[in-house]
Design a protein around this ligand. Structure first.
Ligand SMILES: Nc1nc2c(c(=O)[nH]1)N[C@H]1C(S)=C(S)[C@@H](COP(=O)(O)OP(=O)(O)OC[C@H]3O[C@@H](n4cnc5c(N)ncnc54)[C@H](O)[C@@H]3O)O[C@H]1N2
Ligand code: MOO
Length: 397
């Protein structure tokens, strides 16, 4: 049986570049940006008024004038207007262009308006106060977002403001998520007392959506022939198969045998870890990959994050997120296995502490929602002291 580290190294050797593609802005969230984004114009693109009020020629104020006749209004979205007389003022709205021949904005709170005039109550007015000067954030042509980042909502904002309704991103693999097992029924179904609803595939398909991957979901009964035919078709269609269940030693755990008959080269089957020991990983000659996650929900979820996500991040050349944490309380684990311990986080004076979430094992799906991620306790040690520094793999990200 190989170690977690050895399994990760083997998986890494199967990383693959899937190229790039252009997607619409609305589909770009969570994808890896594959082009540098430059400012198409200055940011802001004009001297932008930042307070509702009046714009004046500040020199008039400095020369002692406090009362300014209201000449006109400059609304946001209007073409730039010109102040014709420095003894007058223009009412301006936030987001408007600063009118020509004005160089300062006084908010309504600091003026009194009556009889067509604005009287300034403020003692001082600085040049260009309440004005966001053109190009102060970024100059046209400057680099705003470097390629390689995972696109988040703020990136979407910048992409939108630079007119990118199409974005070049790294292509992601096509993924099929399959469950197996006669005890599993649809989410909508009312299970018999000896059945459970399929949850793993929905959990994994949702996790994939945070990678910008829309997977297709399949289910197979514990029937060797149906499984063989079904998987044969799926392997042709998808780059990666994520399978949940049927990889351990049960009489109906047909997956290893069926995959072998379809020509899978099994890279490893079983890793010295808990949960997730029966995991299977292999490749077809075509380069298509199979991750066979053990069916217990916590095993499937941990193995997805630890192994599939690692492979995906390597393939997309994006870093895997690990969160440094300190173990909140001592933990003992004797078996010579790496132990993936579910944890929740608490912040103690700026230090993130990982509090063990003790459920009833890898079948405890309801306990999983209390965990924010997991830490891997190395196989070589039995006792882990409180305060030990560990790296948590988060379930968000
Ligand atoms: N003799 C041995 N028995 C078992 C071993 C072993 O080494 N020797 N390993 C145990 C471990 S560890 C695990 S984990 C499980 C994994 O078994 P399988 O991958 O074959 O998974 P199944 O038997 O099909 O299912 C296990 C469990 O999970 C439930 N399940 C499966 N798929 C789903 C799904 N899509 N949604 C919800 N729940 C699912 C299933 O009903 C079972 O209760 O084997 C141990 N046994
Ligand atoms: O993978 Mo298993 O979860 O150790 O029961």
């Amino acid at each position: 049986m190989i170690s977690v580290q050895e399994a990760l190294e083997k998986i890494e050797s199967f990383k693959k570049d899937f190229g790039t593609e252009e997607v619409s802005l609305s589909d770009a969230l969570h994808r890896i940006l594959a082009e540098d984004i430059q400012a198409d114009r200055d940011f802001p693109p004009y001297d932008r008024v930042t307070m509702d009020g009046i714009a004046i020629n500040v020199t008039s104020f400095e020369q002692g004038r406090r009362s300014f006749a209201l000449e006109k209004i400059q609304a946001a979205g209007d073409r730039v207007q010109v102040l014709d007389d420095p003894h007058k003022c223009i009412e301006v709205m936030t987001g408007a262009v600063l009118p020509q021949s004005t160089d300062g904005v006084i908010p309504y709170e600091d003026i009194l308006i009556g009889e067509g005039k604005a009287f300034i109550k403020a003692d001082t007015v600085r040049k260009f106060q309440n004005v966001h000067l053109r190009g102060t954030d970024s100059k046209a042509g400057s680099l705003l977002i470097e390629k390689g980042v995972r696109i988040n909502a703020s990136h979407i904002g910048v992409l939108a403001s630079t007119g990118k309704n199409k974005v070049v991103v790294k292509r992601t693999p096509t993924v099929a998520v399959c469950s197996t097992g006669d005890e599993l029924v649809d989410v909508e179904a009312t299970p018999e007392p000896f059945q459970v609803r399929r949850s793993n595939v929905h959990m994994i398909a949702s996790a994939l959506m945070t990678e910008g991957i829309r997977a297709e979901v399949f289910h197979f009964p514990d029937d060797k022939f149906i499984l063989t035919d079904g998987l044969k078709a799926i392997v042709k269609q998808f780059d990666v198969l994520l399978l949940s269940g049927a990889v351990s030693k049960g009489k109906f755990d047909f997956l290893p045998e069926v995959l072998l008959s379809l020509g899978l080269n099994t890279v490893f089957h079983r890793v010295a870890q808990k949960p997730g020991k029966p995991i299977l990983f292999g490749s077809f000659e075509s380069g298509k990959l199979v991750f066979g996650f053990p069916g217990n929900p916590v095993s499937t979820f941990v193995c997805y994050h630890l192994y599939f996500r690692y492979w995906l991040c390597q393939s997309l050349e994006t870093p895997v997120v690990y969160v440094p944490v300190r173990l909140a309380e001592p933990v003992a684990f004797k078996p010579r296995l790496s132990y993936h311990l579910m944890v929740s986080l608490r912040n103690i004076a700026g230090v993130l502490e990982a509090v063990p979430v003790t459920g009833s094992g890898s079948g405890d799906l309801t306990g999983l929602v209390k965990a924010e991620g997991f830490v891997t306790l190395p196989a070589e040690e039995d006792v882990f002291e409180a305060g030990k520094l560990l790296w948590m793999i988060p379930f968000y990200s």
